[in-house]
Write a protein that binds this ligand. Structure first.
Ligand code: CTP
Length: 444
């Protein structure tokens, strides 16, 4: 029996795929089809498959051409599969010519002519693009524009309040916010934190989906009201903490919650930046975010994800740079929970190692700086031989995945909840408490 194997993503299965499978099958007696997992595709830079792995597998199955379907999950798996399954022929389309010659050591390699004029990318592109408008004037707006170019099916069509930035100046529309809202399906809000609530509310009222930088509002109640409005209008409202969309970060949170380091007793998260932030030398601070708004949402995320939002006590230790303008150079927040403690340190006027340490009763998770855009972490134990290292590809600091998640949520009508509503609300609550100086110790 001649065994043939072929691999692919098979997103939105089209006749190019079917023709390839037919010819692959005709090469032998038994056809094995490897369908790529979503994670593996991510590492290959294919981030916006429209269909899930299960849907893609079901579509391949339905062709009736595959005798066996397997999932391709990691780099180097092809060699393992070929050996394990006793494969005689490996085949893929001619777009891969030369790429898999290294497999000739293990079996016959055949490149079949690719069907002209069709691809999953084209099928995906046929759908109307999601038109996104930008609202704000912070520097990561430019990153958003660049990252959106990697995501099929979305298009940044305009910006409001962004005249200052040369790279996005051409997107700037001289009209009002309302005029921008008329031209888009969704907005990404990165205006000054005190305007987030107002801008988000107006967008939702106009029937537009919203991806808003954290904090979404300055009080818990306002944040809750925004989510209620979004639900009522059947719109997607997402909190844009990019860390939440990093695969490595997601995994380490699951590990911490899943007992890999025993019971979690303490979390220490540090985020600082001098570049682009304020400096102690004193510059025009009016346009800048303070340390709390710039960093605390991301820094509090692991705390709230692991311990929940129901803390028993919370204290700020703050060094202000300009108290009147509410600019803190450095803030430490201590949280007390019934079963643990957490410390968050944020600064735009001081520098420290930006690492995350989650301590448990049997070991700890260590994420090196800059942990908020991590692709790597370690689970460490008393006996170093038990330590484990984990790496997951991260493209575009998580912003790219965030845009994919936002577009998918809009398309499916289901919020993906990378940052759950109660966490968004708790973050707004802490920022509000900071603004009201509740439980704050100041130092000079
Ligand atoms: N294929 C083909 N003819 C096409 C499209 C794909 O023969 N018009 C083959 C590819 O060469 C590969 C298999 O089908 O062997 C699976 O391809 P996949 O990457 O899943 O599909 P594409 O349509 O190429 O996807 P994309 O546009 O996302 O790259």
């Amino acid at each position: 029996m001649v065994k043939v194997i072929t691999y692919g993503t098979y997103d939105m299965l089209h006749y190019g795929h079917i023709r390839l499978l037919e010819r692959a099958k005709a090469l032998g007696d038994y056809l094995i089809v490897g369908v790529t997992s979503d994670d593996y595709d991510k590492t290959r830079g294919k981030i916006n498959n429209q269909q899930s792995l299960m849907e893609r597998i079901a579509a391949v199955k339905e062709t009736g051409l595959a005798d066996e379907i397997i999932v391709e999950e990691y780099e180097g798996q092809k060699i393992d599969d070929i050996r394990r399954l006793g494969v005689d022929i490996f085949t893929v389309g001619s777009d891969w010519v030369g790429h898999f010659d290294y497999l000739k050591e293990f079996c016959k390699v055949i490149y079949l002519p690719r069907t002209e004029g069709i691809s999953s990318s084209e099928v995906r592109a046929e759908k109307r693009k999601l038109r996104i408008g930008l609202v704000g004037s912070a520097s990561f707006r430019t990153k958003f524009v660049n990252e959106s170019k990697f995501v099929n099916g979305v298009e940044v069509v305009g910006a409001y309040l962004s005249r200052d930035d040369p790279e996005t100046r051409d997107l700037f529309s001289a009209g009002s916010y309302g005029e921008l809202l008329d031209r888009v399906d969704a907005v990404y809000i990165v205006s000054k934190p005190e305007d987030h609530y107002k801008h988000t509310k107006q967008a939702l009222e106009a029937g537009k989906h919203v991806l808003c930088e954290s904090p979404m509002a300055y009080t818990r109640e306002q944040c809750r009201a925004l989510y209620a409005l979004a639900a009522e209008k059947k719109l997607i409202l997402m909190d844009a903490i990019k860390t939440a969309y990093s695969t490595a970060y997601e995994r380490l949170i699951y590990m911490a919650k899943g007992g890999k380091i025993g019971r979690v007793v303490s979390i220490d998260a540090i985020c600082t930046s001098l570049r682009g932030g304020i400096s102690l030398g004193g510059v025009d601070l009016s346009q800048r975010w303070n340390s709390m708004c710039g960093w605390a949402p991301a820094a509090m995320l692991p705390v709230f994800q692991i311990f929940g939002t129901d803390y028993k006590d919370r204290t700020f230790y703050t060094k202000f740079q300009d108290k009147e303008k509410n600019i803190d150079a450095f803030t430490k927040i201590d949280f007390l929970y019934p079963s643990g403690v957490a410390t968050v340190k944020v600064a735009t006027g001081a520098k420290a190692e930006g690492e995350l340490v989650i301590a448990g009763t049997t070991g700890y998770i260590y994420v090196p700086a800059p942990w908020w855009k991590t692709d790597y972490f370690e689970v460490r134990y008393e006996n170093p031989e038990d330590n484990k290292r984990f790496f997951y590809q991260l493209d575009g600091e998580g912003i790219r995945y965030e845009i994919v998640a936002f577009a998918k949520a809009i398309e499916s009508g289901k919020n993906m909840n990378y940052v759950p509503e109660d966490i968004s609300e708790a973050i707004a609550g802490v920022i509000g408490d900071f603004n009201d100086r509740i439980n704050m110790v100041e130092f000079q």
